[in-house]
Design a protein around this ligand. Structure first.
Ligand code: HEM
Length: 519
């Protein structure tokens, strides 16, 4: 056999082996899931069910600014809405060669969750790889004892005392944005697309409050994160399909490059902060970065803990990954919660007025003090109702690191799990006939909005892996809305086109133009 013939045979053998590896284990997983009684749409090799997921839905006429419907499940997840009718609220679908267990049944979720300790939850390997440039191995993705270690360092950064110290920066950044809006309105331009402004202000807030970044670096990180998100979203379309990264090579390389640039920027922030505190130029900060660096300082590590192996220094790479995770997780979901609130308040001027009344009663005309915020009860109901109708984190993802028994069945080890939060929040059987109406008072004295199952309302996830930043969100939300409602009233612009869409988070596809009036 000549050399080229040998190469051909060898190449063919390697290709067959790769296909075998890629296809045999999914076939076994498929067979195991079917055996356990899980049904679902039939997958094809190598796309799984992606082809059907990509089919465009016909949109109805109620998506203009006059007839805004909050019945959004079949708009943002049309394929899940279709499959649910055929297979119920728990079924298996496939992203490429990766099986996912779809769950929108609160009782199933409760039983599954009670079987697994937080540190024993995994995250889908396919997303860990795909979203590496964005989250690296930060808290959202990390598993096992390492997760416990990271969480124990990060959670204290969100204690009430630390959050209180962030309030002034929040007020400052929000007022800067509102001053810009006031200038536009005074110059005869009352229509403002608020989404961009709110998202970039939230990024500025997290840059200042979590990392002490007051210079241009915060804006640079934000812009690169946004570009990376766009690029990841394009290449994300074939996630789970073997070799899909090669099919979207340009976007893959682009997101990796942006990821590395963000890493460098954050690393420079970390090293300069370390240097300044080492030479005694500044007091140790109690912000997020300050706490991570205190943990990084070996003198601060409790020796007993170190001997038990509980406490290890975070490597520079881990520090950067945690900063990236908090930078992204800390601004986008909160900003979008505020954005959707402005849509709903634009549609419901009676709620704008009720909130203004409450703000007058609680804060008067004086400064916004964080100790007053818990008394803004109605504003809390509005936030919960907005996150019910428009959950800015539209799903939660897990992976079974061992077999999980749920009732009479078993979720096999390695199964990815996709929890459809939009589906749960829009389920008539959980919420009743007014499920798609904006009714904030359903949260009056009812932390779960009066739904009939405690796993029916999950805007911040569930169990020990619940969102670590939820109190920060509540504080930022109340500060920004208070300052805004004191200065302006607003209605929805006729240019608005209601098109909620998913790009990791749930966002308005065409921005949110509002027409403002100064009060
Ligand atoms: C409206 C605002 C927010 C929403 C809707 C939201 C939602 C969520 C959800 C659904 C999860 C997954 C929980 C699970 O798997 O059970 C999560 C986790 C997480 N969130 Fe948030 N989040 C918000 C704000 C924030 C903020 C402000 C930060 C940080 C400053 C943050 C940081 C994180 C982190 C680090 C995790 C991973 C926690 C872990 O796995 O231990 N989030 N969030």
């Amino acid at each position: 056999m000549g050399f080229f013939q040998f190469l051909q045979v060898f190449g063919l053998a390697m290709l067959t082996l790769l296909i075998f590896i890629y296809w045999v284990s999914p076939i076994r997983a498929y067979a195991r899931l079917r055996k356990k009684g899980f049904e679902g749409p039939k997958p094809n090799f190598p796309l799984g069910n992606i082809e059907e997921m990509r089919k465009k839905e016909k949109r109805d006429s109620s998506f203009d600014s006059v007839n805004v419907t909050h019945n959004i499940h079949s708009t943002v997840f049309p394929y899940f809405a279709r499959w649910r009718k055929l297979h119920g609220k728990v079924f298996v679908y496939w992203l490429g060669t990766e099986p996912f267990l779809y769950v929108a049944d609160p009782e199933f979720l409760k039983q599954m969750s009670s079987e697994v300790m937080a540190k024993n939850w995994g995250k889908p390997t396919v997303f860990k790889y795909d979203r590496k440039p964005m989250f690296g191995n930060g808290l959202v993705m990390v598993e096992g004892d390492e997760w416990g270690h990271h969480r124990s360092i990060i959670a204290p950064a969100f204690s009430p005392a630390n959050l209180k110290a962030m309030a002034n920066s929040m007020v400052e950044s929000a007022n800067e944005m509102l001053d810009q809006w006031a200038t536009l309105i005074a110059s005869g331009e009352p229509t403002i697309d608020v989404e961009r402004g709110v998202v970039s202000t939230a990024a500025e807030i997290i840059a200042k409050t979590a990392f002490g970044i007051n210079d241009d670096n915060g804006r640079k990180v934000f812009e690169k994160l946004r570009a990376m998100q766009l690029s990841l979203f394009k290449s994300n379309r074939l996630v789970g399909v073997p070799f899909s990264k090669l099919m979207h090579l340009k976007q893959t390389l682009e997101s990796r490059k942006l990821g590395k640039e963000i890493d460098c920027l954050l690393l420079s922030v970390i090293t300069s902060r370390k240097r300044r505190s080492r030479v005694g130029d500044e007091q140790p900060h109690k912000d997020f970065l300050g706490l991570l660096l205190a943990d990084d300082d070996s003198e601060n590590i409790n020796q007993a803990e170190e001997l038990q192996g509980n406490k290890k220094k975070l490597t520079e790479g881990q520090l950067v990954d945690e900063c990236k995770t908090i930078f992204f997780g800390g601004h986008e979901t909160t900003a979008l919660a505020i954005t959707w609130t402005l849509l709903l308040l634009g549609l419901h001027p009676e709620w704008q007025e009720q909130l203004r009344e409450e703000i007058r009663e609680v804060t008067g005309d004086g400064d916004v003090d964080p100790t007053m915020l818990p008394r803004l009860k109605k504003m809390g109901w509005v936030m919960h109702e907005v996150l019910r109708l428009y959950p800015t984190a539209p799903n939660a993802q897990r992976q079974a690191r061992g077999d999980i028994r749920v009732g009479h069945t078993v979720i096999p080890k390695g199964t990815n799990i996709w929890i459809d939060i939009v589906g749960l929040h829009h389920d008539r059987t959980i919420w009743g006939d007014d499920v798609n109406q904006f009714r904030p008072d359903r949260f009056n004295d009812e932390p779960n909005g009066g739904c009939n199952h405690r796993y029916g309302y999950l805007p911040f996830g569930f169990g020990g892996r619940m969102c670590v930043g939820r109190n920060l969100t509540m504080m930022e939300y109340k500060i920004v809305l208070t300052l805004m409602l004191r200065r302006f009233s607003f209605t929805l612009s006729p240019e608005y086109c209601h098109s909620p869409t998913i790009m990791l988070s749930l966002r308005p596809n065409h921005g949110l133009p509002l027409v403002f009036q100064t009060l």
